[in-house]
Each structure stands twice: as structure tokens, then as C-alpha cells.
Ligand binder design. Structure first.
Ligand code: PXL
Length: 279
């Protein structure tokens, strides 16, 4: 069985980051080890008064312990970091994972809808850009892409020309594949697009677009991608499975009438995901 090291915060309520990555990657049949970057009572998008325990000083000792034990990771998958200082620490962990043959996947979680999350300093995108340069595969959304490239954020719907151009500019960051999420051309479909840095080949993975802004969908999407990719699927196929899965979970949440800030109903879809990846 493959083993992924997920480097994200744990937000106790409001499904995102580790509370999403652990069950989804596990359902894919991949072991999900966890390096928690911070512990919060809820995520920071839509709740007042959340607690925040920064775990920056715990990360390097955790990585050192796993090193001493000889634990090997087939991949590292980073998301929401607890501080700017964590970027350099995570880069070090990436080097060790890469040295033992692991793949590095970075979701540079820091912004959405044109704005940097309030918890991050203005120069945080520069740090995330540097982290993305250490990655094999990156999965920024439209806002994160613009921030890392120093471009103005463009709201959707998008044109194919814009998305293809953005991918070509993003392709200089990772070693292998740049994915951009939040791609849509109209009301019907939403998903992601990817470029292979070496071949320049672009692929799209779209699924039915459900109206509304649901929290944690980026983490759901990226976690399914990571699980499916580690099960050996090619990037375009893993992205399509992730887009379809995310769309189904948003539809379920909408039908249930749950507040978007509590995250999406991914749990009822885990069985189908496990069966789909039981190759
Ligand atoms: O889903 C991204 C995310 C992860 N972790 C925390 C967040 C957010 C987005 O707001 O606040 C703590």
C-alpha cells in the first residue's frame, strides 16, 4: 500500500484540510499519514471566534522522528500551512521525501475569490510560489494562480484562451504538472485544467456545476486527485474522478440544505470512490 504524508491544518468543525484528506485518501486505498500544521476549532472562512494553535515548532521534530524511524512516504501532499515560517520547514521535508523516490504535490491553499485569506501576510504568495517550485504537481485555484504569478485576479466565467494561457504561465513552477481549479466557461460545468510541463499537453476535467460556494471543495478535489493518482491513474483520469466526486458531494450538500460553511457531504460518496479505485 502506498503512503502519503498530508501536511495541512486540522479544523475541528467545517470539513476541510485534514478532516477531508484523511478519510478520502484512506477510502482510495492509500495510507494517509498526517503532519498537522495548526489546530483550529473551525476553519477561518465563515466562522467568528475560532481558536488557532500554531504547530510550527512541532513540525521539524515530527519529520525528524519519522526520519529516525526510517518511515518512507510515496508522496507528500501539502495544503493550508499554519505560518509563513512553515514554508522552509516543509521544503526540507519535501527534500527527504523526494530523495527516497516520493512525489511532491502542493495545493498552495491561501486565497479564494480574489482575496488572500486574512490569516496570511501579503508576501505569503511569494513563499507559496517557492514551495510550488519544489513540487512535481501543483493545484492552485484561480486566485492562488494569479497571486503566485503576480497577475490581477480574473473572475469567471473564463475563456479557453485565458485558461490555456494561465496554464502555460503556471507551467514554469512545478517540475511536471500544473493544475488550475475553479475552471468554468458557463453555468453547466466546473472543474480543473492541467498542463504537462514537458509536452505542453493541456487537458480539462469538468463535471456538473452546482450553484453556490461550498467550503472545503478545493480540499475534497485535491484529496481525491492525490488518492487516485497514487493508485496509478494518469493525471487527466485522476482529475476527472476528482471533479465528478466533488460535484456529487456538492449536489448532496445542496439537496440536504446544509450551510456551505460546514463543508460538503462527501461521506456518502466514499463507498463509490473506494469501488471505483478498487482496480
Ligand atoms: O479549505 C481551505 C482551508 C483550510 N484550512 C483552514 C482554512 C481554509 C480556508 O479558509 O481556513 C484553516
Amino acid at each position: 500500500m502506498k503512503r502519503v504524508l498530508a501536511i495541512h491544518d486540522i479544523s475541528g468543525v467545517g470539513k476541510c484540510s485534514l478532516t477531508v484528506a484523511l478519510p478520502i485518501i484512506s477510502a482510495c486505498g492509500v495510507e494517509c499519514a498526517a503532519a498537522p500544521t495548526a489546530v483550529l476549532s473551525t476553519h477561518t472562512g465563515g466562522f467568528e471566534g475560532y481558536t488557532f494553535r500554531d504547530l510550527t515548532d512541532d513540525l521539524a521534530p515530527m519529520f525528524a522522528h519519522w526520519d529516525a524511524l526510517g518511515v518512507k512516504f510515496d508522496a507528500a501532499y501539502s495544503g493550508y500551512l499554519g505560518s509563513a515560517r512553515q514554508i522552509a520547514i516543509v521544503e526540507q521535508a519535501f527534500s527527504r521525501v523526494r530523495d527516497t523516490g516520493g512525489v511532491i504535490i502542493v495545493d498552495p491553499v491561501m486565497a479564494d475569490n480574489g482575496t488572500l485569506y486574512a490569516s496570511f501576510p501579503p508576501d505569503f504568495p511569494d513563499g507559496m510560489r517557492s514551495l510550488c517550485e519544489r513540487a512535481d504537481i501543483i493545484l492552485p485555484n484561480m486566485t492562488e494562480s494569479a497571486l503566485m504569478l503576480g497577475e490581477a485576479y480574473v473572475a469567471g466565467p473564463y475563456t479557453r484562451e485565458y485558461v490555456d494561457g494561465l496554464l502555460r504561465r503556471l507551467a514554469v513552477l512545478p517540475r511536471r504538472v500544473a493544475v488550475v481549479t475553479g475552471v468554468y466557461f458557463g453555468d453547466e460545468q466546473l472543474g480543473a485544467a492541467a498542463i504537462d510541463r514537458e509536452t505542453g499537453e493541456i487537458s480539462y476535467a469538468l463535471a456538473p456545476k452546482i450553484d453556490g460556494m461550498y467550503h472545503g471543495t478545493g480540499d475534497v478535489f485535491a484529496s481525491v486527485f492525490v488518492g487516485a493518482y497514487l493508485r496509478g491513474l494518469a493525471v487527466p483520469r485522476a482529475l476527472q474522478i476528482a471533479a465528478d466526486f466533488t460535484s456529487r458531494t456538492v449536489l448532496r450538500t445542496k439537496l440536504a440544505g446544509t450551510e456551505p460553511r460546514y463543508g460538503v457531504a462527501f461521506e456518502p460518496e466514499l463507498g463509490a470512490l473506494a469501488r471505483e479505485l478498487d482496480l
